[in-house]
Write a protein that binds this ligand. Structure first.
Ligand SMILES: [Fe+2]
Length: 425
């Protein structure tokens, strides 16, 4: 019993001795363990942030390669700011692009900023942090905005943030904009690693913006080429000059009158402008023949919707209008030419083009007759309603004509009271 007590006391004394002897080392060991835990946590956070960023970069890259009406610069800008605030775990961020006409930085997308700041902020190149970044093409990392003399003072009020990173968006060394992120006053400060992550994001963002711009320019080029082609066909025929422009103008109004979706309105406008583009493949002597066409010549001219469809369909962004061109000579009662489609089997855009094409043909001078009056042309449309034309479209077109008449006043006078037998080619 005494021996046991003695041994316990000895163990305690030895323990106390060793604790005092190695106290500082034990403390160090404890600190090292804690630091290792912190490092591990930081490492896990870093890996997660990099992983997140890689996914975002891939998504941005893919965004620039696809085409759809929603793939525009505005959507992309929002996406870039969303990614920036997400990867840097903050709530304030903005993307500014240089407005080439004024050479100022304009906020195109933002998170955590008041609407009036977004709408009214325009920075001259060289003004404020973002302006300096745009001017010099180098990122600026500010740990504490309040004590940094470089920061544009007036902005302190608008941006209640302490830590700030601003990186340039560059395309082949040319700055096109600036990506900014801020941290709330009381929040954690940004660190160098955040700057590197944001630079990676800004690099891909600039490439994607350039891809979208290139794609849009390509679209414009294709569209202009097709419209020039359509006008060139019109120009060959003195009687139908400006037909393409007028057809596009009215088709847009009719599509809007029918409350069709915006994208569809655009497609219908383009289809109306280019509906006869296939006539490029028809011999001129048939196209411009003043006398009656033979059956063979009529068969030849009836190929133009199919030729037009073949010209337009391979152009990706114009592909939706190809069927409208293919079916613009179908009749509502199924007796038109093409595939003999019936009623609503015919795309609505093709039904609209059919009405407008006929009206424009009737009210224009032709090689074989003078232009008909508006009244006669309208009577003809009404007569063809339900057979050649969709009644719903005829009604919408008549409303459009009425609105236009009220807008412009009476313009046309009766030119000729000839037969309305031939409405369009
Ligand atoms: Fe046609």
């Amino acid at each position: 019993m005494y021996l046991e007590l003695f041994l316990i006391s000895l163990s305690v004394l030895i323990g106390i001795y060793f604790f005092n002897r190695y106290k500082s080392q034990l403390k160090q060991l404890f600190n090292i363990k804690k630091e290792m835990g912190d490092v591990k946590e930081k490492y896990v956070n870093s890996v997660a942030a990099v992983d997140n960023l890689i996914n975002m970069l891939i998504e941005l890259h893919n965004f620039g390669l696809k085409y759809s009406p929603s793939h525009n610069k505005q959507t992309l800008s929002k996406m870039i700011v969303d990614y920036a605030v997400k990867v840097l775990k903050t709530s304030i961020g903005s993307l500014m692009l240089i407005d080439e006409t004024t050479n100022e930085l304009v906020i195109v997308a933002a998170r955590g900023l008041a609407k009036d700041v977004m709408d009214t902020t325009r920075l001259k190149i060289g003004e404020g942090i973002a302006g300096l970044v745009a001017r010099d093409g180098n990122p600026i990392f500010v740990e504490n905005i309040e004590t940094d003399p470089r920061f544009f003072k007036a902005e302190n009020v608008k941006y209640p943030s302490k830590s700030f990173i601003s990186v340039p968006l560059k395309i082949r060394n040319k700055v096109i904009g600036v990506l900014n992120v801020n941290r709330e006053k009381e929040g954690e400060k940004f660190v160098e690693r955040d700057l590197r992550l944001l630079q990676l994001l800004a690099g891909q963002a600039a490439i994607t913006i350039e891809n979208i711009e290139l794609y849009q320019n390509l679209q414009r080029l294709y569209l202009e080429t097709m419209q020039t082609l359509a006008k060139a066909i019109d120009a060959k025929d003195a009687y139908t000059r400006e037909h393409a422009d007028r057809a596009g103008y009215y088709a847009k109004l009719v599509a809007e009158e029918l409350h069709l979706p915006k994208t569809m309105v655009k497609h219908i406008e383009y289809a109306a402008m280019m509906h006869d583009v296939g006539k490029i493949g028809i011999k001129e002597e048939i196209l411009l023949k003043a006398s009656k066409l033979t059956n063979a010549e009529r068969d030849e001219i009836r190929k133009h919707p199919l030729i037009g469809e073949k010209i337009i369909a391979p152009i990706e962004f114009l592909a939706p209008i190809a069927p409208l061109i293919l079916y613009h000579h179908e009749w509502f009662d199924g007796t038109g030419y093409g595939e003999g489609l019936l009623g609503e089997e015919i795309p609505i855009g093709a039904r609209i083009v059919a009405v407008i094409d006929s009206y424009d043909a009737m009210t224009s001078d032709r090689p074989y007759r003078k232009a008909l009056s508006d009244e006669i042309a309208i009577d003809e449309l009404k007569r063809g309603s339900g057979t050649q034309f969709d009644p719903k479209i005829v009604n919408a077109f008549l409303k459009v004509l009425e609105n236009e008449k009220n807008k412009n006043g009476e313009k046309k006078t009766d030119k000729n009271q000839d037969s309305a037998a031939s409405k369009s080619d």
